[in-house]
Design a protein around this ligand. Structure first.
Ligand SMILES: [Zn+2]
Length: 380
């Protein structure tokens, strides 16, 4: 469904894709490049900004929008991904977790940063992001049922503490928005428990904590990939229509189409930017190496979407004088050939990273536009 999220820095038209600006920057491009690629909202990483720059310093510099030179909506994550990747998935790590919160040691500087549900909110308020996220506790699907149950219990306790702090600290005039993260890995019962407990707290947005189900582009098996889709359908039905649904970390264009078809509103992923740097370009289907297709069966009723990819570093593009995608009007496609971009990427030239990133983000924003237009057609 087409919806709007009204923030202090403009409205987000959903379904919307937000690229990751982990350290307050989208890798390889400027925010002007991002805007010209159609990007209107971004995600940033609370723990890394706190560790590397300091949220109080950013506050003193006028907040994250002024500091970065980006006047559109900013969503900050909670630190939950790092709870998974740096603590729960790394046995024997110096980082640790207790009911109070979690401690992270910066591997380069040795500096300790403590994140609790309360100070994760405080840090995000210091940053002055528009959409905040409650600290969550994702755990691996392979852990024992006992540990997984305990992690969900703690996830709920943290969500309660986060929303309490958010309500105490945000003024009623301030249009700040808070998301709560549903966890439970690949277990439907645990996901349901997590969702129902969080629904009682009345968050504005309900986030699908895809990790540790979703690792990006490669799946261990078809079965795992199917489970991921089934879980998205299952959770979308549990979350009421008046709440926004955010599928964190999703994903490939066809997975975003699937999510929109099942009612999800918000997406973020590093795929277009990271893949650009590795030479994987998303293109309209006639220009790709093979056609990837998605046919709507829910909200996107029978609409058909196709695209392709190019592995631009491969030999087949060595003497290819065509633009990456003749149907694209981004700076990359208007100015350079596949052969030239291939060379820039093979030589790790920053200009190549920039042009490829601009192209992939332009592709993603066009893809979202196609999905929104299709929803509008269906809604008519
Ligand atoms: Zn392009």
């Amino acid at each position: 469904m087409i919806k709007e999220i009204d923030t202090n820095h403009g409205k987000i038209k959903t379904p919307a894709f937000m690229p990751d600006a982990t350290y307050g920057s989208i890798k390889s491009i400027s925010f002007t490049d991002a805007f010209n690629s159609g990007i209107r909202e971004i995600v940033t990483t609370t723990l890394h900004l706190e560790q590397k720059i300091g949220s109080l310093n950013i506050k003193e510099m006028g907040g994250i929008h002024k500091f970065m030179g980006w006047q559109r909506p900013v969503l900050s994550d909670s630190g939950g991904w790092q709870v998974f990747s740096l603590i729960n998935a790394q046995k024997g790590s110096k980082n640790f977790i207790t009911e109070a919160g979690c401690s992270f040691i910066d591997s380069k500087t040795g500096k300790q940063t403590f994140l609790s549900p309360e100070n994760s909110i405080d840090i995000q308020l210091n940053l002055d992001s528009d959409i905040l996220t409650a600290l969550d506790n994702p755990i691996g699907a392979s852990e024992s049922l006992k540990l997984r149950k305990e992690s969900i219990k703690l996830n709920t306790i943290w969500a309660e503490r986060a929303i309490k702090r958010f309500k105490e600290q945000s003024s009623t005039k301030n249009k700040k928005i808070l998301g709560g993260v549903i966890q439970g890995a690949g277990d439907f019962e645990l996901r349901k428990t997590s969702a129902l407990e969080l629904l009682e707290m009345d968050f504005d947005i309900y986030n699908f904590g895809g990790i540790p189900m979703y690792y990006g582009e490669s799946w261990k098996s078809e079965k795992e990939y199917r489970l991921f889709h089934e879980m998205l359908v299952f959770l979308a039905k549990l979350i009421p229509a008046n709440k926004f649904k955010y599928a964190m970390g999703v994903g490939q264009p066809k997975d975003i189409a699937f999510c929109v078809d099942t009612g999800w509103d918000l997406f973020d992923t590093v795929l277009p930017t990271r893949n650009a740097r590795h030479g994987l370009l998303y293109v309209s289907s006639p220009e790709g190496e093979e056609e990837i297709k998605y046919t709507g069966s829910g909200e996107l009723k029978n609409s058909i979407f196709t695209y392709g990819v190019q592995h631009l570093k491969s030999l087949r593009y060595k003497m290819d004088s065509k633009p990456v995608d003749s149907n694209c009007s981004c700076e990359c496609c208007k100015t350079v050939s596949r052969a030239y971009l291939r060379n820039l990427l093979r030589l790790n030239e920053p200009a190549g990273f920039r042009l490829a990133t601009i192209h992939n983000l332009t592709f993603y924003t066009s893809w979202m536009k196609l999905l929104r237009n299709s929803l509008l057609e269906v809604q008519k």
